[in-house]
Design a protein around this ligand. Structure first.
Ligand code: SF4
Ligand code: SF4
Length: 167
């Protein structure tokens, strides 16, 4: 047999072998558990402790978020995206003039939540933060309150009802 003919038979056998092998892989995966989701119609089940966008939930016992303008989060944030402006009130407590986060710079490390002495910042489960402009990623206090919902989050309220009114 000529060399050309041997090469042709080898290539033909290899092609059939590849097709059969590929079909077997496809067939086996038909019965495996699906790992893809029809996003955005179907959302992820987020794991416990998931760190999404940092927020300022509203403590209903105070009628506002719990921030005391201590600036600890401002100092701790590695990307320096938090700005807190305040002045001293008549009762010698700091009054917040503005609280801003540039979420476009956030790396969701959770340091701000960690250092806050009054548990004012909470990493939420918001992860759909894409926007058309950078300005939309600048979040003021009202937006951070809205995104944060009610303090503390419902699962914690159910687990630790005695702590829900503490300062
Ligand atoms: S999660 Fe990290 S990067 Fe984002 S605001 Fe908090 S400290 Fe800054
Ligand atoms: S650390 Fe907490 S209390 Fe202090 S400024 Fe930041 S959010 Fe407010």
């Amino acid at each position: 047999m000529s060399k050309k003919r041997i090469s042709y038979i080898y290539e033909w056998r290899y092609t059939v072998y590849s097709i059969v092998k590929g079909l077997i892989v496809t067939f086996v995966n038909l019965f495996r558990k699906k790992v893809t989701l029809q996003y955005p119609e179907v959302k992820w089940d987020l794991p416990e402790g998931y760190r999404g966008m940092p927020t300022l939930p509203v403590d209903e016992t105070k009628g506002a978020d719990r921030c005391i303008a201590c600036q600890a989060c401002v100092r701790a944030c590695p990307t320096q995206l938090i700005t807190v402006d305040s002045h001293m009130g008549e009762d010698k407590k700091r009054v917040i003039d503005s609280f801003t986060m540039n979420i476009g710079l956030c790396m969701f490390c959770g340091m701000c939540e960690e250092v806050c002495p009054v548990d004012a910042i909470r990493m939420s489960d918001h992860y759909e933060l894409a926007s058309f402009t950078r300005d939309e990623l600048l979040c003021d206090r009202a937006k951070l309150n809205q995104m944060g919902g009610v303090w503390p989050p419902a699962p914690e309220r159910a687990a630790e009802p005695a702590e829900s009114g503490t300062d």
